[in-house]
Design a protein around this ligand. Sequence first.
Ligand SMILES: [Fe+2]
Ligand SMILES: [Fe+2]
Length: 276
Amino acid sequence: MKPTLLPDIPATHPERIAPDTWLIPNLASAGDGMFLPVNSMVIRGREPVIVDTGAPLHRALWIEKAFSVVEPEDVRWIFLSHDDGDHTGALLDVLERCPQATLVTNFFAVERLALEKPALPLQRMRWLEPGDRLDIGDRVLKLFRPPIFDGPTTRGLFDSKSGAMWIVDSFACLTPGPLDADALSAEALASMSAMNSAVSPWHAWLDRVSYGRHVDAVEALGATTVASAHGPVLRGGALDDAFDRLRGLAGSPIIPTPGQELLDTLLATTLAEAAG
Ligand SMILES: [Fe+2]
Ligand SMILES: [Fe+2]
């Protein structure tokens, strides 16, 4: 089936990024020819796992792409990294279409979701915390707290069998289209620091030594392929650089996000276009 394209958004397709591991990509326009990735992931082992369910904006595309990689009736686990809307876009669809699937989440995520979604089936859940493990038949996945996050319920996932890691909202980075860090310019990758700062501005008050220990612990898990919801796939030197960027944020000033000046520019452009 031909994917439905959103206007001016480059087409993206599911991509095998590690053994048994597929990135489910989508892009959202970020202006000036750049795009924000809105990814999720599928682990297609003995007990297949859907890792996050995309954004509402991409719901139909997400369903088409995710279920081109795994049959809904085969899915055994839905790993929800946290309750933010851009990770729960197709959650209700997945619960309905995947009757064999158990939702892996946590107490506080469910509390927060109760304010915006219909009641979720408690009898189909498992609540896990950072440090806990999930046995999915042919491998054991380890949960951890990512070094950058914008929701307190956030848990990352590491698959030691494939070497793949899902680091959620850490390592966000704009792209002109490619979803592999090795295909991005140094300039594009440099946007990662500003994105990390926007996601977790509390880095300005972090102690470098204690935060460095946390970054070290995540890096020491030994991932060889790191995928995230809003950045390119990282491996090798690009991955080393990404961890180093994190360490550099501790105790550094917040990187300002655009303000009224950008809004004025956007409005002026919109008005000029409307005037024809
Ligand atoms: Fe988030
Ligand atoms: Fe996100």
